[in-house]
Ligand binder design. Structure first.
Ligand code: 2IT
Length: 448
């Protein structure tokens, strides 16, 4: 296989699907060499089959806003790959959602889920519904209308959605209620990220951020460094940034920045527990403004409009918000300011130019989203296990399992990403490890 040829064909077939093509190209660049050592992959056309989703459902979602006006959005579920288990992946509600975005996320999810060690295939879904400025009642009505279509596509052994950007515990609760009403199935295992009263798992809300910090610790230890005392800049202030802020602080690091679409809050002395708790209030308000933190804590947080978290001096940069949120120019600014590590917590948070720049800097530590943020979906997998067994584990049990999984993901990256000079290429490691598992499963299932 030749990456350039495959990309040319895909770009012609899917014009304008920039994020999807970007995600595929990154994986193909990493695996080309390994792939070409396995003629059986080529014979079974593994790559040609793996880059296309199994199927995509597209549906209209119509609902009534608080003013009584009828609103129409588009809803999607991309069932990407089921070779190693039922489709699993989140739902994203964001005004910029397109099929391309959900295809990139579903493709990434397939490899990420393979890395978790759990039997989950890859999927993703969502809508171009914009939660910003919506009331609780509007969110509820939208979720109910969305589920009127989605429920026929999903099931506990078929496809298990969860949250993503714009979808948290509140939304999952509304979605779950409508699913049960429509299907008359009262099992708990069709959505993950549920609240504790609905069969959710302890630590699921924190899991993406916690897992990311456990992974970051492994990256640092392997390079002979310690997170204690490090300054950490986070982007976003949603669920993922919240979990990352808690764990980074617990591990002795200082979170010196959070950000939003409106700008950045610099927190010179490090984020406090009170401020971390306030992130939840900010998320629930649907205002989507990080300035609210500076307004609430004017002595600790300094807001600058229009700036990103990457303008703040830090040791470790953790993108926790959206794809392509860290550009090559941002990467240069970070390195100039002394940053020596970037672990992507958001999916595809760094633009290709940023990754290349980081990797060109001797000693710079970079790890990709599909390894760093896999603790979220892994804990969804643990939620599925608890639901299937009709039991619930305590925090210690879930945290230990999350630790074990993140350690295993790191080991897989080392196995497949170790370079001749002893350093680890985490991008290559994660992509090859995930690919090998999915490709092998596809081979074993025959041509289907
Ligand atoms: O990107 C992700 O891994 C998620 N949004 C979580 C997916 C899940 O099924 O928990």
């Amino acid at each position: 296989m030749k990456t350039a040829e495959i990309m040319q064909r895909l770009a012609a077939k899917h014009p304008g699907e920039a994020e999807y093509l970007q995600a595929v190209e990154e994986v193909l660049n990493s695996i080309e060499e390994v792939y070409n050592q396995h003629p059986e992959f080529e014979k079974a056309q593994i790559i040609e089959r793996m880059v296309e989703p199994d199927r995509i459902f597209t549906f209209r979602v119509t609902w009534v806003d608080d003013k009584g006006q009828v609103q129409t959005n588009l809803g999607y579920r991309v069932q990407f790959n089921s070779a190693i288990g039922p489709y699993k992946g989140g739902l994203r509600f964001h005004k910029a959602v397109t099929p391309s975005m959900l295809k990139f996320l579903g493709f990434e999810q397939t490899f990420k889920n393979a890395l978790t060690t759990l039997p989950m295939g890859g999927g993703k879904g969502g809508s171009d519904f914009d939660p910003v400025g919506k009331s609780d009642a509007e969110i509820m009505r939208f979720c109910q209308a969305f589920m009127l279509e989605l429920w026929r596509c999903i099931g506990p052994d078929q496809d298990i959605p969860a949250g993503d950007v714009g979808v948290g515990g509140r939304e999952i609760g509304f979605l779950n209620g409508m699913y049960q009403k429509l299907s008359r199935q009262y099992h708990t295992g069709v959505l993950t990220g549920k609240g504790m009263t609905l069969g959710g798992s302890v630590l699921r809300p924190e899991a993406t951020g916690f897992g990311a910090l456990y992974f970051t610790q492994h990256v640092l230890h392997t390079a002979g460094k310690d997170i204690k005392g490090c300054r950490v800049a986070l982007s976003g202030f949603g669920n993922v940034a919240w979990g990352a802020a808690i764990k980074a602080t617990q591990l002795g690091a200082k979170v010196v920045a959070i950000s939003g679409p409106d700008g950045v809050c610099e927190i010179k002395d490090g984020i406090t527990q009170e401020m971390i708790d306030y992130m939840l209030v900010m998320r629930a308000s649907n205002r989507n403004k990080v300035q609210d933190m500076a307004d609430k804590f004017p002595a600790q947080a300094q807001f600058t409009a229009g700036k990103k978290a990457w303008s703040v001096k830090c040791d470790i940069a953790l993108p926790c918000a959206f794809q392509n949120e860290l550009s090559e120019d941002d990467a240069k600014e970070l390195v100039k300011n002394g940053t020596w590590c970037c672990c992507e917590v958001s999916n595809m948070g760094c633009q290709p130019g940023a990754i290349h720049y980081f990797q060109s800097q001797k000693g710079f530590l970079f790890a990709p989203g599909k390894a760093v943020n896999a603790g979220g979906v892994a804990t969804s997998g643990l939620e599925m296990t608890q639901n299937a067994e009709h039991i619930s584990w305590d925090e210690k049990e879930v945290d230990e399992r999350l630790h074990t999984i993140m350690r295993s993901i790191h080991e897989q990256c080392v196995t497949y990403g170790k370079q001749a000079d002893g350093t680890i290429d985490y991008v290559k490691g994660a992509n090859i490890a995930g690919f090998m598992k999915v490709a092998t499963a596809m081979l074993e299932q025959g041509i289907i």
